[in-house]
Design a protein around this ligand. Structure first.
Ligand SMILES: Nc1ncnc2c1ncn2[C@@H]1O[C@H](COP(=O)(O)OP(=O)(O)OP(=O)(O)O)[C@@H](O)[C@H]1O
Ligand SMILES: [Mg+2]
Length: 500
């Protein structure tokens, strides 16, 4: 197999911060090559250099045996390089089909809307993705946007395909389809880079693996067949991974959160909530499993006071929950949303401001204006240390954080101070192993402080590992919760699909 890409001793700094300190990477035609590393290791930056989003400060870049340097992403695309981005590059106010035509009409040779629609329908069928071409992107759920981002790059016909965490928000079945297609493309002679934190996918779908740590390559194109999940994890962190704290034995506590036959209207392309009943006691984790888009986003919105209930009741400590987000927060609710950049963080604002904003709630309006920079910087410094947010200073805008580090900032904000209810929607999405363990330990620690935790996730493994009781969400309904000891995993899986 000949070389498709060679990157050698690549360096890249952003201001005073070095993201790459001499990274190497080689890619062969016909292979799926996994690129691994902890959050902030430099994976996205290295691939952004290959795909023309950034230029390297130093180092060698060869594509197809020739020296290459792309001035912009269009130049890289012309050379056959396509990247499925971790932070999606989609145009919000446009529809699905408009985005596809904008991004790939020229490369795919579509003459008209009909040709584009047909190509889209064929690929969607192959992948088992259900996307309506007329949907507006900014009204779509994050898992649907991920599907569009994947289709966009595939339809543009890249010969070198870079997938930056393509499956983080997809269900098992969808992820298998996307990775299966990556394999097929490699078998047909193309070259695929797969960035992922899911070691099972690395072992199951890649031929070779490269591991980065702190801007450098520590394992250079090793055969995947010789690796185990443990050896990969060790190479990434450079030390023994953290051991997960065992589940605390559940002590029955007071009921803190209760929904009684709560209904709400659907979001733009979602399903509404249909008479959801649940209760969560202090000190327990109630896991809500389900295929994304079955009302999970609406449930989160209803709980935090963005979406009005059309029927039914929500009780906090046996009193009716007050309306509105501000009042809900003051009533002790904290939330980690699935769409951290869309709903959780202000990308343009500094880390300090992102952390400070919720603390201004409840203060008299005139007091909200007197915020000291020193105080905000202090908050940010504390969060950076405690949550190991890499690659940032207090004044850094949140949008410059790597995927996993943005999630850590979100967690630092929501875990601050006193609260009694925590809603966590896919809280470990995009996190590396060490960070996943630390989030899981934090959820358990919140439990130990008698917080009522609602864990909503598409990752059934995570739900089974953390929850005390499990319920399944489907088409806006919620099944009866069952104690974890009595749950039959196969049946939960079937419930997820049947009701879908
Ligand atoms: N445009 C930018 N400006 C400033 N710093 C940046 C920029 N892009 C990346 N960085 C920094 O470079 C480092 C590497 O980031 P990168 O996004 O490549 O990490 P990653 O390995 O993809 O991590 P993750 O698994 O969290 O996605 C991080 O410290 C990040 O904060
Ligand atoms: Mg990244």
């Amino acid at each position: 197999m000949s070389e498709a890409v060679k990157l050698e001793a690549i360096e890249k700094s952003f201001g005073s911060r070095s993201a790459l300190l001499g990274a190497d990477f080689t890619l062969r035609w016909g292979e799926v090559h996994a690129l691994l590393g902890e959050n902030g290791a430099g994976k996205s930056t290295l691939m952004n250099i290959l795909s023309g989003f950034y230029t390297a400060d130093a180092g060698v870049l060869e594509v197809g045996g020739q020296g290459a340097r792309y001035a912009n992403p269009a130049a890289a695309a012309d050379a056959g390089i396509g990247m499925i981005h971790q932070h999606f590059k989609l145009v919000g106010p446009l529809t699905v089909i408009e985005n596809l035509r904008l991004a790939c009409a020229r490369a795919a040779g579509w003459k008209n809307q009909g040709a584009a629609l047909q190509a889209m329908a064929e690929l969607a069928a192959q992948l088992g993705f259900h996307l309506n071409p007329k949907w507006r992107v900014d009204e779509m759920e994050i898992s649907d946007r991920q599907k569009l981002e994947i289709m966009k790059v595939l339809l543009a016909g890249a010969r070198i395909l870079i997938m930056d965490e393509p499956t983080a928000v997809l269900t098992e079945v969808e992820a298998k389809a996307a990775l299966g297609l990556a394999r097929q493309l490699a078998q047909s002679g193309r070259a695929v880079v797969l960035i992922t934190h899911k070691l099972r996918d690395v072992l199951g779908y890649s031929d070779r693996v490269t591991v980065m740590r702190a801007g450098r390559t520590v394992i250079d194109a090793a055969d995947s067949a010789g690796m185990t999940a443990q050896s990969l994890a060790l190479a990434m962190v450079g030390e023994q991974p953290v051991v997960v704290a065992p589940r605390a034995s559940a002590r029955p506590q007071r009921e803190i959160l209760r929904l009684i036959r709560l209904s709400a209207a659907a979001s733009a392309h979602g399903v509404g909530l249909r008479e959801i009943s649940l209760d969560v006691r202090g000190g327990e984790i109630l896991g809500i499993a389900g295929v994304g888009g079955n009302g999970q986003a609406e449930l989160v919105e209803a709980l935090i006071g963005i979406r009005r209930a059309t029927h039914g009741k929500m009780l906090i400590n046996e009193s009716l929950a007050p309306p509105g987000t501000e009042a809900r927060r003051e009533a002790g609710i904290r939330c980690i949303p699935a769409d951290r950049m869309g709903m959780g963080l202000f990308g343009e604002l500094s880390l300090g401001l992102n952390l400070a904003l919720p603390r201004l709630l409840g203060k008299k309006p005139e007091r909200r204006w007197w915020v000291r920079n020193g105080w905000m910087d202090g908050l940010a410094r504390a969060a950076i240390t405690e949550f190991e947010v890499a690659g940032a200073a207090p004044q850094t805008p949140a949008r410059l954080l790597s995927g996993g580090n943005a999630q850590k900032l979100m967690l630092a904000r929501e875990f601050a101070g006193h609260f009694s209810i925590l809603i966590a929607h896919s809280p470990t999405r995009g996190l590396d192993i060490r960070a996943v363990h630390s989030v899981q330990a934090r959820l358990r620690a919140a439990c130990a402080r008698h917080v009522a935790v609602l864990l909503i996730s598409e990752d059934l493994d995570e739900i089974m590992e953390l929850s005390d009781r499990v319920a399944v969400m489907s088409r806006g309904r919620l099944s009866e919760a069952e104690a974890i000891g009595q749950v039959d995993r196969g049946r939960i899986g079937r419930l997820m699909l049947e009701m879908h």
